[in-house]
Design a protein. Sequence first.
Length: 236
Amino acid sequence: MYYNFLETMNKNPFNICTFNSNSNCNECKNQDKLDCKLDKNQQKISMLAVSSSLIIGVFGLIITGLIIGNWQILILYIVFIFLFFFVIEIRLTCTHCPYYAEKSRHLDCPGNNIFPKIWKFRPEPMNRYEKFGSTFGFILISAIPLLSQLYSIWFFLSNNPNASWVLIIALFGVLIATILSFLMFYSLFLLTFCQRCINFSCQFNKVPKDLVNEYLKRNPVIKNAWEKRKITNGKR
Ligand code: SF4
Ligand code: SF4
């Protein structure tokens, strides 16, 4: 039993109830209202939604490259995706998430199980610069392929006034698929996951305050860090 306790503390140094098998969830009012215990099916859905949007975005940029004869946007976009998801967004948002507190080399959370943990856990809430940076990054992720495709369609039609309708419909088809794919990605997160996510200080989080307070009550390390920032009870 002593060994089990030590093993649990090793993996869960901040004693977060999310990772604690003895967290007494049956007596907690957050049970089934928050994604405070990992659901592997939700993780798979998240990764599928994000990766399909990014793949269709890259595909649109390949078509853009073929049309305008320039591959710089595609290369920059791929570099940005890797930097944003594997380094920047993790630092700005995920390091403040309770799921980041687990002692492991990579994240294992409702969002994914691949992001490496290269930063330290920050139990305090996100500040305004982190929120701005994260929002701006997510805007760029969808705006770059959409605006580039719009430009390439304009460029193609300007230089090929007699282009076949099949080609024009195909170009607009990829554009519409990209729009729908990003709409699905953002709606899935904003309308479902963000309503239950335990990264409460994230700018997209929609969890009611009473559930936030219950989670903080059960996780003193996070509660103390929030109180130090004077952001408690409704002052999110
Ligand atoms: S908040 Fe913690 S104790 Fe409550 S249900 Fe979630 S994991 Fe269990
Ligand atoms: S903010 Fe989302 S992606 Fe990041 S660790 Fe938390 S649940 Fe995972």
